[in-house]
Ligand binder design. Structure first.
Ligand code: ISJ
Length: 307
């Protein structure tokens, strides 16, 4: 979190501008580093959200519901690091990070999940899956990195050498047998060169018959979350009632077909953590632990998922 950007009051650059144009919240392009930019108000919650299309319904008018907050947008892995370092109070973090940070608590049932093909998490193969020896993984991801390794393991791939697909790079830029790519650039990526493509949401849901949870709102230790949980749920519910408006706006901003954006938000993605989602998350943690890909043995009870 070294690159400090000055606050952009009441507006955001690029695609998100119209949805977040609200005076009651201070919006940053990226997360400030606490040592150089302390929060101006100690009671002000610093909230980090994912900067992809998948998060638009979750932050729909969130600013109006949390007027004393600052909202930052960044890549999932960077949000997790910022929550860990105390630069954020609450963030929409990759679910896999709960395995590393048992001190964090889930603050809402609003999440990013899927019950089938997700469209924006792709594993691209230059060789047949069983022959993969090198895997380049999206630098913005944590959950899908773990998921890709789990699914490869289940296809008899033994411990590929792990490489990084940098945030600014395209799959074509890296020399690896397989490339994991997530988020907006996965929706648009050119797949012509690859011999096989897996939609990881589809793979997980087919093989387990359970949904998959990619990310959720999580608070750091000691953060007073009173009021925030309800705000996240209300924002999600209102966002879910307004997919057509969000799709119209984002299709223009992102230069993507409106039907594709609408289908992505309303069909591919699910934004509520129900019983089945919790079971899916529990199984994900179990598999990661069983395959020695996770640092500790956690289950959904120990991360506060069981209702
Ligand atoms: C479905 C997605 O969900 C995401 C995937 C994440 C990950 O792999 O760590 C984290 C947050 C979400 O943005 C996506 O980004 O395409």
């Amino acid at each position: 979190m070294n690159d400090l950007h000055q606050p952009v009051s009441g507006s955001l650059v690029g695609p998100s501008k119209a949805l977040y144009n609200h005076d009651s919240i201070t919006l940053f392009q990226t997360i400030p580093h606490m040592s150089t930019s302390p929060s101006p108000n100690k009671n002000c919650l610093r909230i980090g959200a994912v900067s992809y299309l998948n998060t638009k319904p979750l932050v729909y008018h969130l600013a109006e519901r949390l007027p004393e907050s600052q909202l930052f947008f960044d890549y999932p892995s960077r949000l997790s690091d910022a929550l860990a370092s105390g630069d954020l109070d609450i963030a929409l973090v990759p679910s896999a990070e709960l395995l590393v940070h048992p001190e964090w608590s889930i603050v809402s049932d609003a999440c990013i999940a899927c019950r089938g093909p997700v469209l924006s998490v792709k594993l691209l193969f230059r060789v047949p899956p069983a022959e993969v020896q090198t895997l380049a993984m999206d630098e913005g991801s944590r959950t899908s990195c773990l998921l890709a390794q789990i699914l490869l393991r289940e296809h008899q791939v033994t411990t590929p050498q792990l490489l990084t697909l940098p945030l600014g790079a395209q799959p074509q830029d890296v020399h690896a047998d397989a490339v994991l790519i997530i988020g907006d650039r996965a929706i648009r990526c050119d797949m012509t060169e690859f011999v096989e493509v897996w939609d990881l949401g589809d793979h997980w849901c087919r093989s387990t018959e359970l949904p998959f949870v990619f990310a959720m709102w999580v608070a750091g230790p000691g953060v007073d979350i009173s009021g925030a949980a309800m705000a996240f749920e209300e924002a999600r519910d209102e966002g879910s009632r307004n997919y057509p408006e969000i799709a119209q706006e984002q299709s223009v901003a992102m230069k993507l077909p409106e039907e594709l954006v609408l289908e992505y938000l309303s069909k591919n993605l699910h934004f509520k953590m129900g019983k089945r989602e919790k079971q899916g998350l529990d199984l994900f943690f179990q598999r990661a632990t069983e395959y020695n890909l996770a640092p500790g043995a956690l289950d959904s009870t120990s991360v506060g998922l069981t209702t």
